[in-house]
Write a protein that binds this ligand. Structure first.
Ligand code: GDP
Length: 297
């Protein structure tokens, strides 16, 4: 077995924040993620994001990056947490300004707080004549959640996911929060991270979208993710570009695993194929035994 080696301070470098968007149904989570994805946010990167791979990265005008988990809703967030995966650095909670604090808004707030993840409120749909963002902030204050406008510390921004109003400023607030969090990782070691999504593609075989959380993942690395393993044959970003290396906070699709791992599974890189295969076989065996046990009960 391998020892867990702690990173030394001098090996740590700044990494981009990883953001999850949560909130009540129909309050605009998908619209916000789509707007950010399609508008190619701010930066003049050529070629929009063409593929839905469960996570994507954007680069702002300043050159700063943000990684988004493109699986709106807290189901994905809680499913990952249930598997022991803590991927999210910051939660954007979308609240429709023409509605109210709804049950799933409260759930999202509770999930973020339980995970110790800072919240930024996106008060959405302010383009609507019936929108009343102040009412939402007042309601939040009533729940002891004081946003900055109300003299509190929680960041919030009025936006329209439809017109894009305020989205750029919202992302600047994400970067501000990231600065406070002082997010760091060591890029100079074999990669570790978490699986976001995986599926079988007719032409390409198993495609697994992973988030690199530490180290750098390279084409040719031998990866073990959950009970699946394989040599990374190719890596693609959300624009379908082939890339050779992916550092911390980079979402990336990898080709070459022998199956589809589950969202929330951790992945590691092994120097030696044999060791990875042995662990994969052991995990498959354990899962089989568990299945037999649950069948008996
Ligand atoms: P989700 O369930 O939270 O993912 O919500 P959606 O993004 O699917 O949005 C629900 C509905 O609200 C859709 O009909 C959207 O077009 C609409 N919507 C979302 N954001 C805005 C907005 O900023 N302004 C307006 N007018 N409509 C919006």
């Amino acid at each position: 077995a391998k020892e867990v080696v702690e990173d030394k301070d001098e090996d740590l470098e700044f990494r981009a924040p990883i953001v999850t968007v949560m909130g009540h149904v129909d309050h605009g989570k998908t619209s916000l993620l789509d707007y950010i994805r399609k508008e190619n946010v701010i930066a003049g990167e050529s070629g929009g994001i063409t593929q839905h791979i469960g996570a994507y990265g954007v680069t702002l005008e300043s050159g700063q990056k943000i990684a988004f988990l493109d699986t709106p809703g807290h189901e994905a967030f809680t499913a990952m947490r249930a598997r022991g995966a803590q991927v999210t650095d910051i939660a954007i909670i979308v609240i429709a300004a023409d509605d109210d604090i709804m049950p799933q808004t409260k759930e999202a707030i509770n999930h973020a707080q339980a995970a110790g993840v800072p919240i930024i409120f996106a008060i959405n749909k302010v383009d609507k004549p019936t929108a009343n963002p102040e009412k939402i902030k007042e309601r939040l204050a009533g729940m002891n959640l004081l946003v900055e406008d109300w003299g509190g510390k929680i960041q919030s921004h009025d936006i329209s996911a439809k017109t894009g109003l305020g989205v750029k400023e919202l992302l600047e607030k994400v970067l501000l929060e990231a600065e406070i969090l002082d997010l760091k990782a060591n890029p100079n070691k074999p990669a570790v991270g978490t699986v976001v999504e995986a599926f079988l593609d007719k032409g390409r075989g198993y495609v697994s979208t992973v988030l690199v959380q530490g180290g750098t993942l390279k084409v040719g690395d031998y990866v073990l993710a959950g009970k699946h393993h394989g040599k990374v044959k190719a890596m693609q970003d959300e624009r379908g570009n082939n890339i050779k290396e992916a550092g911390p906070s980079t979402p990336i699709s990898i080709l070459g695993l022998d199956g589809a791992p589950t969202a929330g599974d951790k992945f590691n890189v092994f120097e030696d194929e044999k060791e990875a295969k042995q662990i994969a076989a052991k995990r498959t065996q354990l899962l089989r035994e568990q299945a037999v046990r649950t069948q008996r009960h």
